[in-house]
Ligand binder design. Structure first.
Ligand code: TYD
Length: 140
């Protein structure tokens, strides 16, 4: 999606239920930029982060994602071809990244575990891997 902006991405709070049995957190009813409910048929996990190595470093053309972190925190930089923003992702929040946004994940705390919910099955053709290609794609 070429015309999305970083302001289309949002950090949402998970709904939380705490009682004497423990804690339960929920994420549901996530909508795309046209207000339609998104299904998330794929989920994957990022872990074993190496010091000074970023993850992500790409954009997607069609894919919506929700990034959640369990254990610790990390910084997610999002960029729409013009503006960029650093988001400190912490437990209890989820970052919704719309299509057409460049993302770089860094500064992982020890033992961080990131869960990514994805709106499409894995498709290498949906990726833009080079930042210059991304900038060109967004300016077309
Ligand atoms: P990659 O996108 O490079 O991960 P990151 O940007 O977080 O470092 O993916 C690493 C490998 O995993 C790559 O060979 C593609 C593969 N992969 C899948 O097979 N299925 C998936 O759903 C994802 C996200 C990656």
């Amino acid at each position: 999606m070429k015309n999305t902006k970083i302001s289309d991405c949002s950090l949402i709070k998970l709904e939380e239920f705490c009682d004497n049995k423990g804690k339960l957190q929920v994420i549901e009813n996530i909508k795309d930029i046209n207000g339609n409910l998104i299904n998330f048929p794929r989920c994957y996990f990022l872990s074993n982060f190496k010091k000074n190595h970023k993850r992500g470093i790409h954009a997607h053309k069609k894919l919506y994602q929700i990034l959640l972190i369990f254990n610790g925190q990390c910084i997610i930089n999002i960029f729409d071809g013009k503006n960029s923003k650093n988001i400190n992702l912490k437990q209890g929040s989820g970052l919704i990244i719309v299509p057409g946004i460049w993302r770089e994940l860094s500064n992982f705390s020890d033992n961080a575990l990131i869960v990514v919910m994805a709106s499409e099955l894995y498709d290498k053709n949906d990726y833009i891997f080079r930042k210059l290609d991304f900038i060109k794609y967004k300016s077309e």
